[in-house]
Design a protein around this ligand. Structure first.
Ligand SMILES: CC(C)(COP(=O)(O)OP(=O)(O)OC[C@H]1O[C@@H](n2cnc3c(N)ncnc32)[C@H](O)[C@@H]1OP(=O)(O)O)[C@@H](O)C(=O)NCCC(=O)NCCS
Length: 393
């Protein structure tokens, strides 16, 4: 048992190895580092605190074992709870990615609540009314076997086991249909991904499925000269929705993006988007005050053979995001991938919709990386996608 050097405080060693200190005040905070045992401070009441011994730290076991932390579902109808979650998310993201800038609170909450084909379940970690962190279990209707799991913890409460407990709770709260869990993380580079995987998601059972390089383009300085395409194809760009007659074919192309682009060991199946779901997704973007640019290439029969989509937030300080680009396999090699992308970017430039456009592609997707590099995109961040099979007891 180690020693405290602030003897003037009354301390009691508890049977469970924790130490309870009375007459404690915030003035004593500066001597905390001298407590060899110090690892987790639990405030019992304004003048009484408890120090948990290192081996009592939840670490990789649920933080709800800590007396004060309670993990429970966040009610999507509860404005105050979602506002608190938004604050935690912003603080956690800025801590991990200092240049990060996200959408405003209203837009974010609209996203959580939207009926856009995702089953979103949020869980909060609470310490007597204060939200320490939250997690999301997100399952898309057309891929019920996969639940995306994300966690954000208030930087002041990180490394206390809250994130681990939240991820485990989000996994448990996912629909029965889920057979695997997938998560992703953005960091400056691979060196920052490594410790996150080794110490956080790895011990939770996740393995890296793929890594992607996030690239960004400064629209103002991009040349965007009109590319050559083989005769017989026509490229058109539309704002806030393509004409009805193309929606079914575009939905099929959208459904191929994840399945046909290299994606490590994720192994996505095609998931065609119905015209109804296309409309729902568009309506959400418009409700979030985004501007949606889509370019398609049609062949000489008038069929859609290539597509790309860029969503530009109303706040120009936020980058627009390329949602996906795909050329049907039998039409590849005709310059259509670059053509639809550049057509879309030119429209964005003309509308002065944003300063930067971001996109990412798998690190083995040399074809898309070549197109992006030619356009002038430059590396900005690294993203890792991790997965684990669901363990059934
Ligand atoms: C990732 C995050 C949720 C972890 O929350 P947390 O409450 O600190 O997690 P835990 O306390 O349960 O951590 C468990 C272990 O992972 C380690 N760990 C947590 N985050 C880490 C990081 N960014 N880098 C290195 N190790 C990390 C902890 O130190 C601990 O290891 P230890 O027991 O060896 O000390 C939190 O850092 C966060 O909100 N980050 C920003 C959002 C984000 O990136 N979310 C996606 C993650 S997949």
């Amino acid at each position: 048992m180690s020693t405290f050097n602030f003897n003037r405080l009354f301390r009691k060693e508890m049977a469970d190895d924790s130490i309870e200190v009375e007459n404690y005040s915030a003035d004593h905070a500066d001597i905390l580092p001298s407590i060899e045992l110090q690892s987790k401070l639990v405030i019992l009441d304004p003048q009484k605190v408890r120090f948990l011994a290192r081996h009592q730290l939840p670490g990789r076991s649920p933080a709800c074992r800590l007396p004060q932390v309670n993990i429970s579902p966040l009610d999507l109808a509860d404005n105050a709870a979602l506002a608190a979650a938004y604050q935690v998310e912003c603080a956690a993201n800025i801590e991990a990615r200092p240049n990060w800038k996200g959408v405003d609170e209203k837009t974010r909450i609209l996203g959580w609540r939207s009926d856009d084909g995702w089953d979103n379940r949020l869980l909060g970690a609470w310490d007597r009314g204060q939200l320490l962190g939250f997690a999301a279990s997100m399952t898309e209707k057309d891929t019920p076997d996969t639940t995306w799991v994300f966690a954000w913890v208030d930087p002041a409460h990180q490394r206390e086991g809250v994130g681990t407990a939240l991820v485990q709770a989000a996994e448990s709260a996912s629909p029965e249909s889920a057979t695997r869990f997938v998560s992703s993380a953005y960091r400056a580079d691979q060196d920052e991904i490594e410790p996150l995987v080794r110490r956080f998601v790895g011990p939770l059972g996740y393995e890296i499925a793929t890594t992607e390089t996030v690239v960004k383009l400064h629209i103002g300085s991009a040349a965007l000269s009109i590319p050559q395409v083989t005769d017989g194809y026509e490229v058109c760009t539309y704002l806030n929705g393509i004409p009805e007659q193309f929606r079914k074919q575009v939905g099929q192309i959208k459904g191929l993006v994840d399945a046909e682009a290299p994606n490590g060991t994720l192994g996505w199946n095609p998931t065609p988007v119905t015209p109804e779901d296309y409309t729902k997704e568009m309506n959400l973007w418009l409700a979030q005050r985004d501007t949606v640019f889509e370019s398609i290439a049609t062949d000489d029969h008038g069929d859609v053979v290539a597509w790309t989509c860029i969503v530009a937030p109303t706040d120009r300080a936020l980058p627009a995001q390329i949602e996906g680009t795909l050329v049907l396999s039998e039409h590849r090699g005709n310059g259509l991938g670059a053509a639809v992308k550049i057509a879309c970017l030119r429209e964005i430039k003309q509308h002065e919709a944003t300063d930067y456009v971001k996109t990412s592609s798998d690190d083995t997707n040399i074809w898309m990386q070549a197109i992006n590099a030619n356009i002038g995109f430059e590396p900005a961040e690294t993203m890792a996608i991790m997965q684990k099979p669901r363990a059934r007891i």
